[in-house]
Structures are given as C-alpha cells and as structure tokens.
Design a protein around this ligand. Sequence first.
Ligand SMILES: Cc1cc2nc3c(=O)[nH]c(=O)nc-3n(C[C@H](O)[C@H](O)[C@H](O)COP(=O)(O)OP(=O)(O)OC[C@H]3O[C@@H](n4cnc5c(N)ncnc54)[C@H](O)[C@@H]3O)c2cc1C
Length: 407
Amino acid sequence: MTGRKRVDMIETEIVIIGGGIAGASTAYHLAQYGHRVALLERGEIASEASGVNAGAIGAIGWGNVPDLESHLTMGSLEIFKNLQVELGYDIEFRRSGCLQAIQSEAEYAYIQGRVMALRSQGYTVDLLSTWEARTLEPELSPALLGCLYMPLRAQADPTKATRAFATAAERSGARILPNHEVTGIQPHGDETYQVETSQGPCRAATLVIAAGAWCGSLGAMLGVRIPIVPVRGQMWASAPLPPGVFHTISAAESSLQWHTAPGNDAETPPYLTHRGGQRLTRHLYGRQTRAGEIIFGGDRQLAGYDKVPDPAGIEVNHRHAAEVLPFLRELPIKRTWAGLMPFPLDGAPIIGKIPQHPGLYIVSGLASSGFGRGPMAGQLVADYIHTGHRPHVLSEADPARCVTLVE
Ligand SMILES: Cc1cc2nc3c(=O)[nH]c(=O)nc-3n(C[C@H](O)[C@H](O)[C@H](O)COP(=O)(O)OP(=O)(O)OC[C@H]3O[C@@H](n4cnc5c(N)ncnc54)[C@H](O)[C@@H]3O)c2cc1C
C-alpha cells in the first residue's frame, strides 16, 4: 500500500471511497472479478470503526428463508473463514460461539419466546440453563437465570481482518491508496466522475461510497442526502490475562428494551443506549483477545463526531460485565477508546445503486454490526456492479428508499 504524494491523474474503472471493512471487501471482490479498482482512504486502512470494534461476528444460520440479514451474517462468516483458512491470512478468526446472559425473569420470558420462534424459522440458537452455560464458560456468574447460546458466532481481530482484505485486493490488482482524503467530486457528463483528493485527482465511471459514518459528507459533494449518522461506541480493555473467557459474551437487557421500544424517530436511529443524555438501557458485548486482554463495550450514543470515551458510561459497562463474569469486578481498566458507527436513520443497511447519479453505489449503514456483516456487504455490491443486476436480497437495502436530492 502506497502513501506517497502524487499529482498525476489516476484513470481507473471503479473508485471506492473508504478503507474500512466495507470498502476493503468491495475492493477485494471487484479485483477478484478482474475490474480495475482504486480505493481511496483518508487515513490508514482500518483507521476508523473497522479497526477499533470488538471483533464480534454475529451469525445464527441461514434460516429456512434466507433474508438480507442471514446473507450478510452467514455470507460474511464464510468469507472470514476463507480469508484465514484458505488464503492463509492470520486474522485471529475463531468460531467461538456467543453466550448472552439472562439476568431477570422478564429477559428470560423474552429470550425463551425468541428461541422458540428462531428455531422454528431454522436458525441455530439454544436456551441453556446457567449450569449448562457454566460448563462452556466456567467464569459465568451462578446468579444468571440462563443464557442464549449462539454457537455459530465467531470473533476475529478487526484491524488484521480489514487490512487482510485490502492486502488481498492489492494482490489481485487493486490500487490501495491510504492518506488520500476525498475533498470533492464532480460528475463529468453522464460518463465519469472526477474525484479530487488531498494527493491529486482520480477519474472513473463507477464510484462506490463506503465511507462509514462520513457517508453524509460524501453524498453532499454530489448533492444527495444520505441518512446515516455517526453513533459513538466505546470500549475498555484489561491488561493481558491467561485464557479465561472463551466465547463472545453479551447480555439480554438491551435486546428486551429495544424489542419493547426501539427508540427511533425522524432524527434518531433505533437501538441506542441513550437519548438526550439519558440512559435507556445497558448494552454489553465483549471477549478475550488472543493477546489476553479482556475487552468490553456497549454504549451507543449520538455525540456528533466526538470520539472521546465517556468515563461514566465505561464505569456502567464495567459493572455490567462484572455482573456476568464476577472475576472482572476487581480487574482494573487499562485503556479505553471510542469509534463512530454508521447508523442509518431507519435501521436498515444502505447497499446498492444511488438512483440520482449514473454509476454511483453505496455500501454502508451497517451500524453496530458492520464488522461481522461488512465482508458480504462488499461482495454483494461487487456482484451488483460486476453483473449489472441487483442481487435479489439487496431489495431490502435499496438506497432509493431513503437517499434524496438535497433541496
Ligand atoms: C466501539 C465499537 C465496537 C464495535 N463492535 C462491533 C462488533 O463487535 N462487531 C461488529 O460486527 N461491529 C462492531 N462495530 C461496528 C463496526 O465497527 C462498523 O459497523 C464497521 O466497522 C463499519 O465499517 P465501514 O467500512 O462502513 O466504516 P469505517 O470503518 O468507519 O470506514 C470508513 C472509512 O472511510 C474513510 N473516509 C471517510 N471520509 C473520507 C474521505 N472524505 N476520503 C477518504 N476516506 C474517507 C474513513 O477514514 C474510514 O476509514 C463496533 C463499532 C465500534 C465503534
């Protein structure tokens, strides 16, 4: 990957803006199909959400009638496996399974109903007693009421995985260009786009916006409103410890809250932990990394583009994690960090063709689970561009439903 200054015009077939997991996977799949691709990234590859997330990969099966969600999750799971096992990239992938802690009678009733419904739809989930769950994850609190078990779920190192896609794309012929901030986009007739960057211009007939929480500002350069807002997610890590947590771990409190009240309106996306500074629920996810750190996070807050963690939220999350894994109670927090997730206002991914301009595509709106869903999102948009036909599952993610011309 090159970061040196250039002034020459890059003429290519497809320009991708954004070097997170969505853009890097799109570049990889398009290059595999033999297209000439340049990926423009403002910083380093994986310098934003794709490099700072928890590395949890969500998947519960294809189900009897595979929909967009099962394609994104199960398709991504297969791509991650292939990256590590077939292509030989060490991305710390592990099909660890996930245990979701149940802490109240109301959560138990909700999860019990959910497990029955999901199983009847062909998904792989189970409701475990605490006793059974503790045979899989011995440090779980005996005070839990049980666990939702999702054995297909997995984990990987987010930075290594995202960079592996970019490296694999480059090895297939893509130009990966870090330190190239896009500063302007001009459509030239109906044929091409000229993309201005901090290092010189690029020209291409096809443009893919994969700029995560910054999609809105890229859309504004083309006179379209893309309804994606930045949502701050934050995490903490312990010092490295010997192996002691084997699954990804979560808690059911937020699932029940968001099932009851998703909390969205015209200006606010669903599934946040806070509204107007007030906490609505506690959300929890975490795991132990290969280096031994215990990492946990959960809060999802509208805070503009502020990436400074809120210490009060970290404290609440640490206490919640310790309710589930009591050995964390006395474990000091060594570091904290935050990143910005691309939340679509209506809650659904935005993947496909933007109808207001020819040859303009977007792959984003993957919200709080874009690491686990980004690889397949990239493959689906690459399939669309390569074949000229929209993969049928992308009807659920059609940008035409929500991207509008700026008045
Ligand atoms: C704390 C935290 C924990 C999370 N945990 C999980 C998890 O466990 N599992 C999971 O599945 N998901 C998780 N997520 C969500 C996941 O990280 C995101 O959904 C996903 O990374 C989004 O990928 P992306 O490629 O769309 O965006 P990004 O990774 O943000 O990439 C967009 C890129 O576009 C670049 N860009 C922006 N503007 C420009 C410009 N003008 N010119 C050039 N480049 C530009 C940015 O620099 C950035 O690198 C978490 C997120 C956070 C913040």
